[in-house]
Write a protein that binds this ligand. Structure first.
Ligand SMILES: CC1=C(/C=C/C(C)=C/C=C/C(C)=C/C=O)C(C)(C)CCC1
Ligand SMILES: [Fe+2]
Length: 312
């Protein structure tokens, strides 16, 4: 079935404006030295990417407000922030394992969002693209970004990342062949464009463009379509409006953490932004997993039971 909005749509619904804005800023940033490129990429991720996660607060509101009244916010925000704090603490203790875990969770998170319930191969192919492709095509530049996030000096992509990334290539080719043969072939268009982006652009720039043009809008579009999770999020405008206060709160938390970062300003900003992103991704993903399970159980328990035939 063609997606709503016409069969020519390549990007997810609601992606046009943030994509155009991000593409213009990020293209202009290529004229700057790498520090300028990193600052622009971080700004794009914060302003246009973080809001999709900030909408979790609307899900919390729907779940809790009718039961506990105004306490819903502290009740939802406290465990959420505790998980964030735990990941931020863990970054200090074991940066490389946390980096590996963050990348693995991201592959799964991106893949489940973009493949919309399709089989595991498409989850791995699509979710692996923004993580594995930059490692394969630009290992040294990618290692620099990973160093900034983890604080671990990496001259090249570490073996634990390089081998799985190389293994992703045949999986992605297999997925592309399957899609080419059994369709829908239009599903190849966006990943193909993403490949061009990750080959042609610096890794962080390409990631920022992917995050705000593909991942964030598909997550938001799914929430808008969802009948019960966040009824107030009913179109792109309400999504942006309702995410703004929580995004501002998140930026304030990030700003407060900035002095704890290390390195020159661009490295510090990118490091802190991506570390916080990793920390926010944990509750963001756990909430999604819990909701999926909860909704499945509810659907099973509320399904009308077959009425037994009257005793003869
Ligand atoms: C909901 C919520 C918050 C913000 C969460 C955000 C902004 C999450 C972003 C997640 C992302 C971008 C994940 C990647 O895909 C706060 C302010 C921490 C506190 C309480 C509740
Ligand atoms: Fe997300």
């Amino acid at each position: 079935m063609p997606p709503p909005g016409g069969s020519l749509r390549i990007l997810p619904a609601g992606a046009t404006v943030p994509s155009l804005f991000a593409a213009s800023l990020l293209t202009a940033s290529l004229l700057l030295p790498w520090q300028g490129q990193w600052l622009c990429a971080a700004a794009v991720i914060i302003v246009l990417g973080v809001p999709h996660g900030a909408l979790d607060v609307e899900i919390g509101r729907t779940l809790l407000r009718h039961r506990v009244g105004w306490v819903w916010f502290p009740l939802f925000a406290t465990p959420y922030l505790m998980l964030v704090a735990a990941v931020l603490g863990a970054w200090r203790l074991a940066p490389e394992p946390i980096l590996a875990a963050f990348l693995a969770v991201s592959v799964w998170h991106f893949g489940t969002e973009e493949s919309e319930g399709a089989h595991e191969l498409s989850v791995l192919a699509l979710g692996g693209l923004p993580v594995a492709l930059p490692v394969v095509v630009q290992p040294v530049a990618t290692a620099r970004v990973l160093s900034a996030i983890s604080g671990v000096p990496l001259a090249e992509a570490p073996a634990w990342l390089l081998w799985p990334s190389l293994a992703w290539v045949p999986l992605a080719v297999l997925w592309a062949c399957r899609t080419l043969m059994w369709g829908p072939r239009r599903a190849l268009l966006l990943p193909l464009l993403q490949c061009v982006g990750f080959v042609a652009l610096p890794p962080l720039t390409a990631f920022a463009l992917y995050f705000v043009s593909v991942h964030a809008p598909s997550h938001t579009a799914a929430l808008i379509r969802h009948p019960t999770r966040a009824p107030r999020v009913h179109n792109t405008v309400s999504a942006w409006r309702l995410s703004t206060p929580t995004t501002i709160l998140t930026v304030l938390i990030g700003a407060a953490l900035l002095p704890f970062g290390a390195g020159e300003p661009a490295v510090r900003l990118v490091g802190m932004t991506l570390q916080l992103l990793a920390a926010l991704t944990l509750p963001h993903v756990l909430l999604e997993v819990w909701l999926t399970g909860h909704e499945r159980t509810q659907a099973l328990t509320t399904q009308p039971r077959p009425v037994p035939c009257a005793a003869r």
